[in-house]
Design a protein around this ligand. Structure first.
Ligand code: HEC
Ligand code: HEC
Ligand code: HEC
Ligand code: HEC
Ligand code: HEC
Ligand code: HEC
Ligand code: HEC
Length: 499
């Protein structure tokens, strides 16, 4: 039976069984086909490239095969050639099944998967192996190739038909451009360069690439990747066809991409949670101690704001914006925790909108602060800080409870005490611009460097963004709490109203 099959095959591709060293036998073909950019218009009207690059051929899986093993003796130095121009479906599989001594490389399974896929069921005629794999350059993926290059190579196979019009194969001009059909991704082109198409369009495993599912069954939710436990993008970073989502692919991914909600250290998260809890306890403790000590400070005086008109509204808006940014930001960071109030997609959208609003608000602040002359309250007497800061700190730590008078009561030329001056300067001219700039890079990641500090370029930027977010949150908590520290009767103080 097997013998019969081999004989049949021998008829289809007669020289299969006599495969010898390709190099020398191919010299006759190379004489013409190695000529660069050898183009002719084929019978179907296609402007076709007839160059077979000998260099790439020598590196391909079929370097050891002769041209005439797949073509036939009708091809030679006579022109026009009289060899066959159509090839039996799944020639790859048939030839390999006939080559007993050569491992089959799972080719028969690939055929089954392909036949059952969208490309096998819907299309007439169904896709052949050659439609995706150019037999003259096809090679097994090498672990030595950079991960992003491997992704690029895999996706290029799909983009030959589903890509931008300029790169699309002859006969597939009518298909859509994937960069456009996937515009629900933020920065679709960047996403598509960092995950394999097959990571979403076929089940993970050796069949990835062949078992393409109908779009209704493709991966859609952001949380499938933007999560910690078992993110789907990891398969794109393993060598063996997206099968192993092991430690190795995780490490490779970490070296190449920063994925919000997924690339995060549980240890750092714990540390920041504990740190934040301590901080809140500290503020709470301060409040309780104050309440217990001096009657003068007991009455709260929340959100007491002094300055040009509109400043109170500005403050309120700022607090609301930061709160919104915090909720949406944490929803992204802890997307898969089950506690996130917003879905990842909604969180990204609202964070972007709120972030842009925050930029507008900050610019308004900078302009108004300079024009109204309020800026001088920030920069007044900065020389004396070394002396003034400890005094003010001592007052907050001890004096407040004892009811001692403020060391720097609010009066001209500055209405801010030394700690306020430093804090406001650092926050409004340091933290906020840093948050804005790092946020802008996350919004337009194309401007980020590919690598920085031994990590993917977005990593240090995201870390800085996270740190400023925590810093701003702590500032707002202290700031709102501090509005209650000023004794309520300070408003009646004549030195204060003389601004
Ligand atoms: C004297 C130059 C020359 C030599 C030698 C030559 N070819 Fe060609 N070949 C061409 C040209 C020109 C075309 C494109 C025009 C055409 O189809 O007539 C072509 C077309 C082909 C095609 C495409 C046929 C189709 O229509 O799809 C194949 C396959 C091919 N050659 C294989 C071979 C092989 C295998 C060898 C070596 C055994 C070989 N050629 C040797 C010049 C040559
Ligand atoms: C004419 C028969 C024939 C056809 C058709 C054929 N191959 Fe091969 N294939 C071979 C031979 C012979 C080798 C070994 C070449 C060598 O030793 O250099 C090989 C090697 C391979 C290898 C192993 C590469 C390695 O590094 O060990 C893979 C994988 C492979 N082919 C896949 C394919 C795919 C995919 C197709 C269809 C695009 C295909 N083959 C079409 C005969 C064929
Ligand atoms: C493993 C099998 C295989 C080997 C080996 C092979 N070819 Fe091909 N070749 C094909 C198939 C299949 C096609 C048709 C591809 C298609 O229609 O998409 C093809 C097409 C071509 C074409 C037409 C241009 C094109 O890309 O469609 C030329 C020219 C050609 N081969 C030349 C060569 C030369 C020269 C060699 C040796 C250096 C060679 N082939 C070795 C399988 C092979
Ligand atoms: C040789 C061209 C070609 C290549 C290469 C190709 N496709 Fe397709 N694909 C098609 C055609 C043609 C259709 C049918 C389109 C239609 O019916 O509107 C299709 C359909 C699809 C569909 C289903 C679309 C739907 O509306 O249901 C998906 C998903 C798909 N391809 C994904 C891929 C992926 C992923 C790859 C890479 C592994 C790939 N394709 C490679 C030609 C190609
Ligand atoms: C995050 C997972 C994901 C990735 C990565 C992805 N896709 Fe899709 N793709 C989808 C989903 C989900 C749909 C269905 C979208 C819809 O129905 O609006 C889709 C739709 C499609 C369609 C059918 C749309 C049409 O009308 O043409 C094709 C073809 C396709 N993708 C190809 C690709 C290619 C090629 C790549 C790689 C460059 C790719 N996809 C990467 C999830 C993905
Ligand atoms: C298949 C996995 C996958 C899915 C699904 C996915 N992402 Fe991503 N996403 C990534 C990867 C990988 C990166 C890292 C890109 C980088 O480092 O440049 C990323 C980065 C991002 C970034 C930051 C950098 C940028 O490109 O803007 C945002 C924002 C983002 N994704 C939003 C989303 C949203 C919203 C969705 C759902 C609509 C989504 N992602 C679905 C894998 C995925
Ligand atoms: C729709 C396009 C498409 C078709 C058709 C297709 N393949 Fe593939 N094939 C791919 C993609 C994409 C990959 C890479 C998958 C990945 O990146 O994990 C691949 C990978 C492979 C590999 C593994 C390469 C490696 O490095 O491990 C083999 C072998 C293979 N294909 C053989 C076949 C055979 C045999 C056929 C025909 C029965 C076929 N392919 C048809 C798209 C296709």
């Amino acid at each position: 039976m097997r013998f019969l099959f081999v004989c049949l095959l021998a008829l289809v591709c007669s020289p299969c069984l006599a495969i010898a060293d390709g190099g020398a036998a191919n010299a006759v073909c190379d004489e013409c086909h190695a000529v660069p950019d050898l183009r002719f218009t084929s019978d179907t009207g296609e402007r076709k490239l007839y160059t077979i690059d000998p260099g790439r051929y020598a590196e391909s899986a079929h370097a050891g095969a002769r041209c005439v093993d797949c073509h036939d003796d009708g091809y030679g130095d006579t022109l026009p050639h009289s060899g066959r121009t159509t090839y039996p479906l799944y020639l790859c599989v048939d030839c390999h099944e006939g080559l007993g001594d050569l491992e089959s490389f799972g080719l028969p399974d690939r055929r089954e998967e392909l036949v059952g896929s969208v490309h096998g069921k819907v299309l007439k005629p169904r896709l052949d192996c050659h439609d995706c794999h150019d037999p003259h350059v096809f090679d097994l993926v090498s672990a030595n190739d950079a991960a992003l290059d491997r992704i690029h190579a895999s996706n290029a196979l799909c983009l030959a038909c589903h890509g931008a019009p300029a790169q699309r194969a002859f006969g597939y001009e009518a298909l859509n451009d994937a960069a456009q059909t996937h515009d629900w991704f933020p920065n679709a082109a960047r996403h598509l360069a960092r995950v394999k198409c097959v990571g979403c369009h076929s089940p993970a495993g050796p069949g990835a690439g062949h078992d393409i599912l109908p779009t209704a069954d493709s991966l859609t939710t952001c949380e499938d990747c933007h999560s910690r436990s078992d993110p789907r993008y990891l398969g794109s970073y393993s060598v063996s066809n997206g099968a192993a989502r092991d430690g190795e692919s995780r490490a490779t991914a970490l070296d190449n991409v920063y994925v919000i909600g997924s690339t995060r250290s549980v240890l750092l998260d714990r540390a920041s949670q504990i740190g934040f809890a301590f901080f809140l306890l500290l503020v709470l403790g301060h409040g309780v101690r104050r309440g217990l000590s001096q009657a003068r400070y007991r009455r709260l005086n929340w959100m007491h704001v002094e300055g040009p008109r509109g400043l109170k509204a500005w403050h309120l808006l700022q607090v609301l914006l930061i709160a919104g940014l915090l909720v949406s930001g944490l929803s992204m960071h802890y997307g898969d925790s089950g506690l996130a109030p917003l879905s990842f997609r909604l969180a990204v959208r609202s964070h972007n909108v709120l972030g842009v609003a925050n930029i507008a608000l900050w610019l308004g602040f900078v302009v108004l602060n300079a024009r109204s002359g309020n800026l001088r309250h920030y920069v007044e007497r900065l020389r004396d800080l070394a002396r003034d800061l400890p005094l003010q700190a001592r007052y907050y730590a001890i004096g407040v409870f004892a009811g001692t008078p403020e060391p720097f009561p609010m009066h001209e030329p500055t209405k801010f005490n030394p700690i306020q001056r430093v804090a406001y300067l650092v926050v409004m001219y340091g933290l906020v611009p840093t948050a804005i700039m790092t946020g802008a890079v996350l919004l337009y990641p194309l401007v980020a460097p590919e690598h920085a500090l031994g990590h993917p370029g977005l990593w240090p930027i995201a870390m800085a963004h996270l740190a400023t977010a925590y810093g701003l949150t702590m500032f707002i908590v202290v700031h709102v709490y501090m509005t209650s520290v000023r004794p309520p009767d300070a408003e009646d103080d004549p030195t204060v109203s003389a601004r």
